[in-house]
Design a protein around this ligand. Structure first.
Ligand SMILES: *Cc1c(COP(=O)(O)O)cnc(C)c1O
Length: 379
């Protein structure tokens, strides 16, 4: 089945006999047993709930996995994932990550005894150099947040196979609509469902998707034990959001390409990081491994003053954290998403006072460009 159809009909299990097209919201914490030792298949909503199950099956099919687990946020999904590892285990992670992931690794996972090396995962020799006897996994984002570095998923997955490591890919930026890491050899896909999958900036969610039944079993045990599950209502919002994922992604990308090209021509813009520009260093790998470039752009302006004026003067584009929704949002990584990074790490990656990140929505692109024009002109 084509992904456009899967977004709408990803799970066809029916939970009631009324013929309702919209999956019911099973707002129930517990389920009555038909008899002693018997179960309807649902016992307690932390373990499974029919609304959440419908969503999980949809996402598993979209990512071509055997199982998907829906969490209360992306960070809840990542926290649960870290429970696969034991003190002393070593993980190689990308040095340009969502700020919250890096904060979790630096402050929680390390305290729990895990060890990390943060490197440029676009560079295979650098990965090989970092592998030690205790290395258990490689964690990547591609493209990365906020600098849009691209890692070759197939190449890293072959390395992981050879060395017996798990490959974990945060696929939040491209979603299964544009990129399916499990098909390229990854073991686990992580999502902040809050972003494109939900798509409306109205709820938090997170996912882990796996291709291996054994891994699914281990994660299901962690899931029911630690309990950061997605509520039935939020599951329903995600089901509804995903029904339009394909058309939102197409429109957001179409707008992003036009805006990226426009930004390249602006005098006050020094650099534009968008994977869909042929000048981007990750362009050819992107073309090979993904069917699209997404709608995240970061760009550098000529001064801190220009950056601040832009943030203060945009009207349609909202100055707000987050990304992926129908509304275009602009963020200032240095003060928002990446504020907790050690300063030297930020500097090294180029996350400075002049860097802005734009999540392009589905508004009319002419209105978005007019908004940026008036905001840049007042600068
Ligand atoms: C937002 C985000 C997360 C964290 O997800 P939440 O839903 O905010 O907890 C993780 N990774 C990436 C790439 C993100 O953009």
């Amino acid at each position: 089945m084509d992904i456009d159809t899967l977004c709408i009909h990803g799970s066809d299990i029916r939970y009631d006999t009324t013929g309702a097209l919209s999956v019911p919201i099973f707002q129930s914490a517990t389920f009555e047993h038909p008899g002693v030792g018997q179960s309807t298949g649902y016992d307690y909503s932390r373990v499974q709930n029919p609304t959440r199950e419908h969503l999980e099956r949809t996402l598993a099919r979209l990512e071509n996995g055997v199982d998907a687990l829906a969490f209360s946020s992306g960070m809840a999904a990542l926290t649960a994932l870290m429970e696969l590892f034991s003190p002393g285990d070593h993980i190689i992670a990308s040095d340009d990550l969502y700020g919250g992931s890096r904060r979790l690794f630096d402050n929680v996972s390390m305290k729990n005894g895990l060890k990390f090396d943060f490197i440029n995962t676009s560079n295979k020799p650098e990965i090989e150099k970092s592998i030690r006897a205790e290395t258990k996994a490689i964690f990547i984002e591609t493209p990365t947040n906020p600098m849009m570095q691209v890692t070759d998923i197939s190449e890293v997955s072959r390395l992981c196979r050879e060395r017996g490591l798990l490959l974990i890919v945060d696929n939040t930026f491209l979603t299964p609509y544009f990129q399916r890491p499990l098909d390229l050899g990854a073991d686990i896909v992580l999502h902040s469902g809050t972003k494109y999958l939900c798509g409306h900036n109205d709820t938090l969610a997170g996912f882990l998707v796996v291709a291996d039944p054994g891994l699914s079993e281990r994660l299901r045990f962690i899931y029911k034990t630690t309990g950061a599950c997605l509520s039935p209502f939020d599951s329903w919002l995600l089901i509804r959001g995903i029904k339009t994922l394909h058309i939102r992604m197409q429109r957001q990308q179409e707008n992003a390409i036009k805006i990226a090209r426009w930004l390249c021509e602006q005098e006050k813009v020094r650099a534009v990081h968008y994977v869909g520009l042929p000048s981007h260093p990750g362009y050819s790998v992107s073309v090979r491994q993904a069917s699209g470039f997404g709608a995240m752009i970061s760009f550098e302006v000529d001064s801190e003053k220009t950056a601040l004026r832009l943030l203060e003067n945009v009207k349609i584009i909202k100055y707000a954290e987050s990304l992926g929704g129908v509304e275009s949002l602009i963020t200032y990584p240095i003060l928002q998403t990446h504020a907790d990074l050690p300063e030297e790490v930020r500097k090294l990656k180029g996350i400075n006072e002049t860097l802005l990140r734009l999540s392009v929505g589905i508004e009319c692109v002419d209105d978005l460009i007019a908004d940026l024009t008036q905001a840049i002109e007042v600068c």
